[in-house]
Design a protein around this ligand. Structure first.
Ligand SMILES: [Zn+2]
Length: 209
């Protein structure tokens, strides 16, 4: 495994803390988790209070996660101690969804679902290597931001989605373009028709019709 040495010590304790913080009952107790993002609004900025805890649990470069979140939010921001500060007001659910999306793109193995992975560069392509099962895949190419929400994506519309993974709250997560779709009571691999009940930025909340 490749670790950043300075994070090595704190990783174990952070992971331990992360497990302690899990209060929701989960069927698979071994499911990897990370600290729940704590998001507050201060004036015209949005604060992610425990950015450092989260990125330590991820064992990834803080700048990498920060750039990813800023890119998804389409805003500027800075790191301040343990906190990340984003210009503008963003809903907690949006920050949560972006972090969930980062995890599925850059951390969890798509074969075995474990987070014991590291990134390597092969030419211009980033590869996610799994230390647990040995499989590897190219990191998903992100589509450019500012792709408008399609005309058919509006409240009340019925859309068909395929669940890719689960959010840390246990909701199914699907993607349409750059949009993240939440579907409760669903499982990865399922394809189902859902009704859009709310749209918040690139996050789409749905219910089963
Ligand atoms: Zn694996």
């Amino acid at each position: 495994m490749i670790y950043i040495t300075s994070m090595d010590e704190s990783y174990e304790s952070l992971l331990h803390k992360a497990y302690e913080q899990v209060t929701e009952p989960t069927e698979e107790t071994s499911r990897w988790t990370y600290p729940e993002p704590r998001v507050t609004i201060e004036g015209k900025t949005t604060i992610l209070d425990n950015f450092t805890d989260i990125v330590s649990a991820f064992r990834r470069d803080p700048d990498h996660l920060m750039k990813y979140i800023l890119g998804e939010l389409g805003t500027a921001g800075k790191l301040d101690g343990n906190r990340a500060i984003f210009n503008g007001k963003f809903e907690e659910s949006l920050i949560n969804a972006i972090i969930t999306s980062y995890v599925s793109d850059y951390i969890t193995c798509s074969e075995c679902g474990k987070p014991d992975t590291h990134l390597v560069k092969e030419g211009r392509v980033q590869i996610l290597m799994c230390d647990a099962c040995g499989s590897h895949r190219p990191v998903r190419k992100r589509k450019a931001r500012s792709e408008p929400v399609g005309a058919n994506l509006e409240v009340g519309a019925i859309i068909e989605v395929t669940i890719e993974n689960l959010s840390r709250r246990g909701d199914g997560v699907a993607k349409i373009g750059k949009n993240i779709v939440y579907v409760s009571k669903s499982k990865p691999g399922q394809t189902l028709k859902v009704k859009i009940v709310r749209i918040s930025g690139s996050i789409i909340f749905t219910e089963r019709p």
